[in-house]
Ligand binder design. Sequence first.
Ligand SMILES: [Zn+2]
Length: 178
Amino acid sequence: MRCPYCGSLDTQVKDSRPAEDSTAIRRRRVCPDCGGRFTTFERVQLRELTVMKRSGKREPFNRDKLARSVMVALRKRAVDAERVERMISGVVRQLEQTGEADVTSEQIGELVMEGLRQLDSVAFVRFASVYRNFREASDFEAFVGELAGYKPELAGTAEDADDARDSAGQAKSDDFKR
Ligand SMILES: [Zn+2]
């Protein structure tokens, strides 16, 4: 597993334990080259899913992308990380169980909204308000960018904007964890 910080290929597993009701294995890893620490998850994948975008473009389903939008919606919300992971896994299982190899970005968005509704009402509102405007759009990066910048009414401070950029950057580096 490549180090997300320095790119070294030589990272070591320090600790492995079951997570998410034993449906996943969580591994703490450390990079001997830069000392960076990061976490990876190993999960069962029941089916290969393809996302059908509105543009007609198809791409392999990517759990990390889904997780990123959830994390951005949950920014600064005190929600237990295990519950969040379980919600994301629940969305993925529901997609796998549709019986179709193709899922639409709309199906994914609706399931994430339902999951967030159970998890945290603020995150739900954030996600839903941005998502509804993006139904016609197909650009996920733009969606997450918009979500990161979402300000409920007058709560917009410069600090919030910085945090939003930070969490978007953090989410991007998460891409390297696979
Ligand atoms: Zn490193």
